[in-house]
Ligand binder design. Sequence first.
Ligand code: SDX
Length: 393
Amino acid sequence: GEGLFTYDPGFVSTAACESKITYIDGDKGILLHRGYPIEQLAEHSTYLETCFLLIYGELPLQSELREFEEIIRKHTMVHEQLRNFFNGFRRDAHPMAVMCGVVGALSAFYHDSLDISNERHREIAAFRLISKMPTLAAMSYKYSKGQPFVYPRNSLDYSANFLHMLFGTPCEEAEVNPIIARAMDRIFLLHADHEQNASTSTVRLAGSSGANPFACIAAGIAALWGPAHGGANEAVLNMLQEIGDEKNIDKYIARAKDKDDPFRLMGFGHRVYKNFDPRAKVMKQTCDEVLNELGLEDDPLFKIAKRLEKIALEDEYFVEKKLYPNVDFYSGIILKAIGIPTEMFTVIFATGRTPGWIAHWHEMISGPYRIGRPRQLYTGSDIRDYVAVNQRS
Ligand code: SDX
């Protein structure tokens, strides 16, 4: 149609797939989930309500939301034998390595949600993944700390329950600050979906072969791990710690501009956004709320981040190349302030992105589809005959 959704014919011919889930306009900094602006969802919705919207396409009625929340709450525990699976990992294994393994392993436990041709199986798989990702994420954290797993508490809402499983112990309850729980919920919400990014495209490609939903989500987790994608939030904190002092910022800005230096300013730039990432604006506001709530607004690390952001936004290289802070720049700062270690940041991104992966997977396999087969431009050798090893020079 005209206006917001006008595509030039050249783009239409190159588009990888059609989808009704998320719309991004990188030049205008617009992000819509099923037509609803991300800013409005972040302000008025909750993560679970946004999960429902992404998967079913409409905001739930009061009764639908209550039922959905109850179903998710009732599936937060994992099969008790899955606990043994963690014991195969070294304690210092990266939590993303654990999540790749454990989420894929769900295929071995939940046989009532593997038949992708069965609508009910698909729906149960979606419920299980949304409800169990926080539990598995918290378990990967506890395992790395050598602490006992903490069972989910169904009396808590989704994000508070996650913080309870992360920071509670059998000896004492975690005191969950409602402002921090709301910030956690907003972090999950802002990561919920983002059109055809690398990990979502991976999930769709895996799904197009008919692989079961748990295997597809495990593939998405693996793709998300890279520092250019979901690993960026961890890379942002590592970068801030490496910069160490505001006086070193100019040196790193210069490195980021040096073509011969592979260093990139983590948390800046985007494949699509050539304007402020609309999620980053909300994440920045949440970041200020959390730092104020925790009295960390003067913390040296966060002051470096604020100054780096200011310099980059005024630097002509970044302005000319339209490199703005992205969602990962601020999320890492919030998670660090909450007390979550950097190696858990991408696990939290994966947890938040689960409904988006599920929605795209479900959209693709619930209609007619064919196995994905990206085409290539061959630039290798012309045809030639085999040469025996003793004839080669
Ligand atoms: C996510 O796809 C998604 O939607 C992803 C995501 C999602 O929700 O799923 O939004 C989540 O992955 C956000 C991005 C997180 N990654 C980072 O913060 C890592 C740092 N950013 C860069 O690695 C980079 O910006 C990318 C990978 C995000 C994008 O890389 P591109 O496609 O090469 O960026 P571009 O084409 O816009 O780059 C334009 C120019 C290039 O220079 P030239 O080749 O034109 O000379 O800017 C340079 C780039 O080299 N550039 C940077 C830079 N990012 C791009 N220079 C310095 N620092 C940077 N951060």
